[in-house]
Design a protein around this ligand. Structure first.
Ligand SMILES: C[S@@+](CC[C@H](N)C(=O)[O-])C[C@H]1O[C@@H](n2cnc3c(N)ncnc32)[C@H](O)[C@@H]1O
Length: 547
């Protein structure tokens, strides 16, 4: 059925190619007497394949075994074409909301197999009567379905209620079945309510214009004790067809599901990478490595010894040239810039914020006592110190343009260097390659906060035990940022606002303010794309931090 794209999205109407419907139906129908329901038959792909399958199994009047509903009157057209010449059947009710039916009554009798491709409608597009009917159906099924559930979730729960004990369900569903929290209940029903359940993830998009990849669910033996779950992958429709007719090598799904985060992360990450490719086509989007050098901060080998509070430096009688302002972490650095104020606060709080930068002959200056202390005795045995000659001379370096956090809890941060500070190797030094204006640099820092930068960091980095995200320098170079000559006023206003929000710990709001400028303002990304980036980021971060 030809449908305009916006309407198609609202109705979730994506017609299933015959190459997909057929293997599913062939799997689900095993006997010429099997009764079959497609709860939203639309273009009749499943009903047609079912009729052919029943005939192949010896049925004379296949229409008699088939049932179906659809809310779209136009679904009548292919139906009439398909069953012309056979007795008109009151088992195909159009228009009728499947979720308003009462399974197990004359309204909707129990069947041997439910097949189909239910409508994919996201929860925010589910409105009015349609949503109320769906919620009532979920309530009367006794399952606790999240309000965030897409329409297809309600269909699965209602569909299983239409099955005879031992019945089968063959559905095409979006990959969110495996990747979202709102599908928890649906997964539980599919993975525990049937004897055996297979989910085949199809890598290639089956439906033109659909936002998500599809999975095929083959659930066998409704109400039987569960013996196994298998999660598999198929490259495309052809590979899917071959996979359906094979018996899975291993019923390993439960193990995979227990390690669900790894599995979900893989799938979400693949989809997110596709989004990234789309965004990267804009020439304003660059990788951090294109525009900056990223390297380790100062490696002292013994930070406790070399990085000291200012008060200690005074006690040691260190000369001004021996005292080098340094950050040894992000404690006390709350926004997007580290400046004099930041440093003064660190100093007042007695934080170690000065590096003892000595030259070869400095063993004769005021610090000589410290160089002969017990602390020095310990420090010089450190691996990196032993490798230096003399052990206390650190090579001087020019302060970097900015710092990047290599290890992030919720998010990575690029902090501009506003007062010629240096950093230890707990931070990365970032030095711009081509000259950068202040506005450009601020926009780069905002990009890292935005969903674009943060999502690319999630994809580039690796997850450490405890859920932290670690960026090695080579990973950090892959973080995507925006370099543009955006209006200085807009950028600096946003920069101040985001810095303030970060200082207050309001990361979510900071990100949405950064997104508004970076994605919507500079990159002119549509609302949908921005939302997809945010959702992918949230999903990956939640998976990373899940215990
Ligand atoms: C994804 S299409 C699938 C159509 C067909 N099963 C196929 O695979 O080609 C979903 C169909 O669901 C229908 N639909 C949407 N909401 C429905 C509802 N509440 N009850 C029955 N059908 C519905 C739409 O009209 C559309 O034809």
């Amino acid at each position: 059925m030809a449908v305009d794209p916006a309407k198609r999205k609202r109705q979730g109407a994506y017609d299933t190619p015959d190459t997909v419907a057929r293997p599913l139906v062939d799997w689900a129908i095993r006997n010429r007497t099997d009764s079959v329901l497609d709860p939203s038959f639309g273009g009749c792909a499943f009903l047609e394949a079912a009729a052919l399958r029943l005939v192949a199994l010896g049925a004379r009047m296949p229409a008699k075994n088939l049932f179906g509903f659809d809310t779209d009157r136009r679904a009548l057209e292919p139906l009439v074409r398909l069953f012309a010449g056979t007795p008109a059947s009151d088992r195909f009710v159009v228009p009728r909301d499947f979720l308003s039916t009462s399974p197990g009554t004359a309204d909707c009798p129990l069947v041997d197999a439910v097949v189909g491709n239910p409508p994919y409608v996201r929860h925010h597009l589910l409105k009015g009567v349609r949503r109320d009917v769906a919620r009532d159906a979920a309530l009367s099924s006794g399952y606790d379905l999240s309000k965030k559930s897409s329409y297809w979730g309600y269909f699965v729960l209602h569909a299983v209620r239409c099955l005879k004990p031992g019945g089968r369900l063959a559905f095409v569903l979006p990959v969110s079945l495996l990747t979202t929290d709102y599908a928890d209940t649906v997964r539980a029903v599919l993975f525990q309510g049937f004897g055996r359940t297979r989910v085949i993830v199809v890598d290639q998009r089956l439906f033109e214009g659909a936002e998500e990849r599809s999975v095929v669910v083959l659930a066998d033996g409704w109400s039987n004790a569960n013996e196994g779950v298998s999660i598999e992958r198929a490259r495309d429709a052809q590979a899917l067809s071959a996979a359906v007719s094979e018996v899975p090598a291993r019923w390993n799904g439960h193990a995979l599901l227990n390690d669900r985060n790894a599995w979900r992360r893989e799938l979400v990450a693949e989809d997110a990478s596709r989004l990234m490719e789309q965004v990267r086509s804009d020439p304003q989007v660059r990788s951090l490595g294109d525009i900056a050098g990223v390297s380790l901060g100062v490696v002292t080998g013994a930070n406790d010894y070399f990085v000291r509070p200012s008060s200690h430096m005074r006690e040691l009688k260190a000369r001004p040239r021996q005292r080098h302002r340094i950050l040894s972490g992000v404690r006390g650095v709350e926004g997007l810039v580290a400046n004099r104020k930041t440093f003064e606060a660190l100093r007042r709080n007695g934080e170690p914020c000065e590096l003892l930068l000595l030259r070869e002959g400095d063993g004769r200056t005021g610090v000589r006592g410290y160089l002969q202390s017990k602390a020095a005795g310990r420090a010089k045995t450190a691996y990196k110190c032993k490798a230096r000659e003399p052990w206390f001379v650190l090579g001087p370096q020019a302060p970097p343009d900015a710092f990047l956090t290599p290890l992030s809890g919720p998010y990575p941060r690029l902090i501009l260097n506003g007062w010629r500070l240096d950093c230890t190797n707990t931070l990365y030094r970032v030095n711009w390659k081509p000259p950068m204006t202040t506005t450009q640099a601020q926009l780069v820092a905002l990009s890292v906060v935005s969903s674009l930068g943060s999502l690319s960091a999630e994809l580039a980095g690796r997850v450490y035990a405890g859920g932290a995200l670690k960026l090695e320098p080579r990973d950090a170079r892959k973080v995507l940022v925006v370099v543009s000559d955006a209006p200085a006023q807009d950028v600096s206003r946003c920069f101040r606002q985001v810095s303030k929000l970060l200082s207050k710990g309001d990361w979510a709001q900071a990100q949405s303010v950064a997104d508004e400028l970076v994605l919507r303002g500079v990159l002119r990304a549509g609302k949908r794309l921005a939302q997809q980036l945010q959702e992918a980021l949230m999903a990956l971060r939640a998976l990373r931090q899940a215990k």
